[in-house]
Design a protein around this ligand. Structure first.
Ligand SMILES: Cc1cc2nc3c(=O)[nH]c(=O)nc-3n(C[C@H](O)[C@H](O)[C@H](O)COP(=O)(O)OP(=O)(O)OC[C@H]3O[C@@H](n4cnc5c(N)ncnc54)[C@H](O)[C@@H]3O)c2cc1C
Length: 455
């Protein structure tokens, strides 16, 4: 390690992305400091979330178990805006986990492998040497401000995007924060009145152990869902609305849903927050700097994209830093670029295509057009399954017949959707051609078209 720097890597934000990055850096033998604004005692989002099954094997981690698991779902049933059943996916392709328990587990691995974790340390701004990031200014728990230096600084501060939003334009990171790209979401776990649940299930109001998602209750890109488990004596409620779809707020919608279900007692695990749903920043790295997880918008608010994306990208970044920092010397954009290109050509391409898809769905009238899309056969459980697993939006041969029949019955809707779906495919294909090596003019040319395809 160069003597000029206190650390090899400083990571701001100890969520799933920062924790996985710290773990991979520590395993690579790097002197790693993870700075978290919260105190250790209050750290971690108390929300029940879905994480892709494959994320754990891909990150070389044991699967979740015990108290980390929020509930078990046998499958998910999707309802159209009217409440009519649309389609089902089974089994549940993700683990429903308590995010704060998962995060604490990842942090315990990072600490065991040598990462230093400093709670109560809020990163206020980057330290810059011309346009190179050389460290951070930190507000400590004792109310002091101090400077910490590192060869690479990683912004993993989630929605706050604390560093990336403070970088001058000359650093080249294109962080964009728009109201129309924000969702506010709330998740709650409730205890249940077992007898009332059994009665409601007998009356056919719902099937226990299945998640129900209702599309478009507050505009095309909104979701409201619940799951009631007799096995765990727990109910899970979730809502997510874009900012321009309020009121009611997600909390108000969940109060109403809980009262309609009529078989829940008190909530015991609740959390809410904002999610930025725009495609990831195009350039994720600068000189001495990288951004990962939700700070870089690596999330779409469907299925399990946020936490899994942060874990996978955080780990890949840590491993890449392990190779780059071994070489010694300052770390440039060119050194970090291969990680950025691998993300954009892989998961980034799929999430960008989902963002394009979101923008198509937002043009639909929920009561008429989204209802038809969900119930006519044009949209199927296969689409939902692929979205949950962040797989490219493709149609298998087995669903083609139903889709064609649905399309023929609704030619006007199809004519409206066709250009949008063509754009979805075009975006994915274009992102897969993200420049492999750092070449500023080539990137500027690529970016120009990317911003036209997906502003
Ligand atoms: C109600 C709800 C339901 C959700 N459901 C799902 C789901 O089912 N599946 C899914 O994948 N995702 C879900 N998400 C989104 C998911 O929670 C995020 O995508 C995920 O937490 C992002 O991980 P991250 O590590 O990038 O950031 P975060 O988890 O947000 O972690 C960032 C960390 O940085 C810290 N921090 C912030 N500012 C600073 C600073 N200045 N200095 C130091 N530290 C700082 C924060 O305290 C935090 O600990 C949901 C979100 C909500 C609100």
């Amino acid at each position: 390690m160069s003597k000029r720097f206190a650390y090899d890597v400083i990571i701001a934000g100890a969520g799933p992305a920062g924790a996985m990055c710290a773990l991979a850096c520590a395993r690579a033998g790097l002197r790693t400091s993870l700075l978290e604004a919260n105190a250790a005692s209050s750290h971690g989002k108390t929300i029940a979330i879905e994480v892709e099954h494959s994320a754990f094997a891909a990150c070389d981690l044991p699967e979740p178990g015990g108290d980390e698991i929020a509930f078990h779902a046998r499958g998910a049933k999707t309802m159209a805006p009217s409440g009519k059943f649309a389609f089902e996916i089974a089994p549940d392709p993700a683990f429903p986990v308590k995010q704060e328990v998962l995060t604490r587990r990842l942090l315990s691995y990072a600490k065991r492998d040598g990462a230093e974790i400093q709670y109560g340390s809020r990163v206020d701004e980057p330290l810059l040497d011309r346009n190179c990031v050389r460290g951070v200014r930190v507000h400590t728990a004792g109310g002091k401000s101090r400077e910490m230096t590192a060869r690479v600084v990683v912004d993993a501060t989630g929605y706050a995007s604390a560093i990336v939003r403070r970088l001058p334009a000359e650093c080249g990171i294109d962080f964009v924060d728009r109201e129309e790209d924000r969702v506010i979401a709330e998740a709650r776990l409730y205890r249940i009145d077992r007898r009332a649940v059994e009665r409601a299930a007998r009356d056919g109001r719902f099937a226990p152990e299945y998640t129900y998602f209702r599309l478009g209750t507050q505009g095309a890109y909104s979701t409201l869902g619940f799951m009631i488990s007799l096995e765990r004596e727990t109910a899970f409620l979730l809502s997510g609305f874009k900012i321009d779809q309020l009121p009611p707020t997600p909390g108000e919608a969940l109060d109403r849903l809980a009262s309609e279900l009529g078989c829940l007692t008190e909530p015991f695990h609740t959390g809410s927050g904002m999610i930025r749903i725009r495609r990831a920043s195009l350039r994720l790295v600068g000189d001495g700097f990288a951004t990962v997880g939700e700070a870089a918008s690596m999330v779409v608010p469907m299925g399990a994209s946020g936490v899994t994306s942060g874990m996978l990208a955080g780990r890949a970044l840590g491993q890449h830093l392990g190779q780059v920092l071994k070489r010694g010397g300052l770390v440039s954009t060119k050194d970090l670029w291969p990680w950025c290109a691998a993300y954009q050509r892989g998961r980034g391409a799929v999430l960008a295509s989902y963002d394009a898809n979101r923008r198509v769905l937002e043009t639909l009238d929920p009561q008429r057009e989204l209802e038809t899309l969900a119930t006519s056969g044009v949209m199927t459980g296969e689409d939902m399954q692929r979205t949950f697993l962040v797989l490219p939006l493709r149609q298998s041969f087995s669903t083609l017949g139903a889709r064609l029949r649905g399309g023929l019955r609704n030619p006007l809707l199809m004519a409206k959707l066709a250009p949008g779906f063509f754009r979805v495919m075009q975006v994915e294909a274009y992102w897969r051609r993200f420049p492999l090596r750092w070449d500023e003019p080539a990137f500027v040319a690529w970016k120009k078209t990317a911003e036209r395809l997906l502003p």
